[in-house]
Design a protein around this ligand. Structure first.
Ligand SMILES: Nc1ncnc2c1ncn2[C@@H]1O[C@H](COP(=O)(O)OP(=O)(O)OP(=O)(O)O)[C@@H](O)[C@H]1O
Ligand SMILES: [Mg+2]
Length: 286
């Protein structure tokens, strides 16, 4: 049995033990300072890897611009969250069952601004989203940059995964995002994924650089969630509109994602202030 298979077995056993306990939905946003660093690929493939571990996963596309998740998965949704907000459809009607254990809330191109919703629209959304408590984990692809909407999603989540790549511009923008998050919410745990690395040495150097500036100037201790190799399998799978963890399960990028999920799972056990979907909604619409 490989090391990964061993770890997967361990997680499965742990899951079985946890099923008898009270389960709280874990809400994780995936964000980045700079665009195009790999958020959607990371979100989609983590969501699939999680679902393969037997967790009930919801992937939500909250990107303001292009509806990214649909494109990576080759899905053309009939309805979006906007139809729920305007009370035209129920949440059940817009959720796409992508595969076993993995549901998707498709993104609305030209998404609404949360701040601009009327009281009635907010209530529609809150009432619907409260039903999401049956999921073990909700992953939100929240878009690049520092808009109010992106920050609302991030700071309402218990945890955020900040994706960056090794380029100096991406790192500077990742620092800017960590700063904005830490100024808005001290509670949100910030975890870093360095994407498109050439080797582990580079990954460690990049992570340490970011850790050091965040600690020095913000007194924030970011956490290292892992790395994803630069891999042709990612580009090929984007073209095929089939996530790399499915089309190239043994690729370096897929192995990286599996490590990230196992690490997330490990960190879950020490996450004391997990508050679930209710807390997420209260914060999102406060
Ligand atoms: N690990 C990787 N190896 C090789 N190429 C990658 C990798 N990760 C991402 N890419 C390339 O970068 C492109 C952008 O990735 P992705 O769409 O996931 O980024 P994003 O951060 O979601 O972008 P946006 O800000 O526009 O939403 C992919 O289409 C792919 O070509
Ligand atoms: Mg994206």
């Amino acid at each position: 049995m490989s090391q990964i298979d061993g770890l997967i077995k361990m997680v499965n056993e742990e899951n079985e033990k946890r099923h008898s306990k009270k389960n709280i939905t874990r809400v994780i946003s995936v964000a980045s300072g700079k665009g195009g660093v790999g958020k959607t690929n990371v979100s989609v493939n983590i969501a699939i890897a999680y679902s393969q571990l037997g967790k009930k996963v919801l992937l939500m596309d909250a990107d303001l611009g292009l509806a990214n998740v649909n494109i990576l998965l080759g899905i053309i949704p009939n309805y979006t969250l906007y139809d729920v907000i305007s009370n035209k459809k129920s949440l059940e009607e817009i959720i796409i069952k992508y595969k076993e254990n993995l549901d998707i809330i498709p993104g609305a191109s030209g998404f609404y601004q949360i701040a601009d919703l009327s009281r009635e629209e907010k209530d529609n959304l809150i009432n619907s989203l409260n039903k999401l408590a049956s999921y073990d984990i909700i992953i939100i692809d929240s878009g690049a940059g520092l808009s109010d909407n992106v920050l609302s999603f991030i700071t309402a989540s218990n945890e955020v995964i900040v994706v960056t790549n090794p380029e100096p511009t991406a790192l500077t923008d990742a620092y800017g995002l960590v700063k904005a998050i830490s100024l808005t919410s001290e509670e949100t745990e910030i975890k870093i994924v360095v994407n498109m690395i050439k080797d582990i040495k580079q990954a460690k150097t990049v992570y340490k650089k970011l850790y050091d500036v965040c600690y020095k100037f913000l007194k924030v201790e970011i956490k290292n969630l892992g790395f994803v190799y630069e891999d042709e399998a990612v580009k090929a799978s984007v073209k095929k509109q089939n996530p790399f963890i499915l089309s190239y399960p043994d690729s370096k990028a897929s192995q990286s994602i599996k490590h990230i999920v196992l690490r997330l799972e490990k960190l879950d056990h020490i996450l004391e202030n997990k508050k679930g979907i209710k807390n997420f909604l209260e914060k999102l619409f406060k």
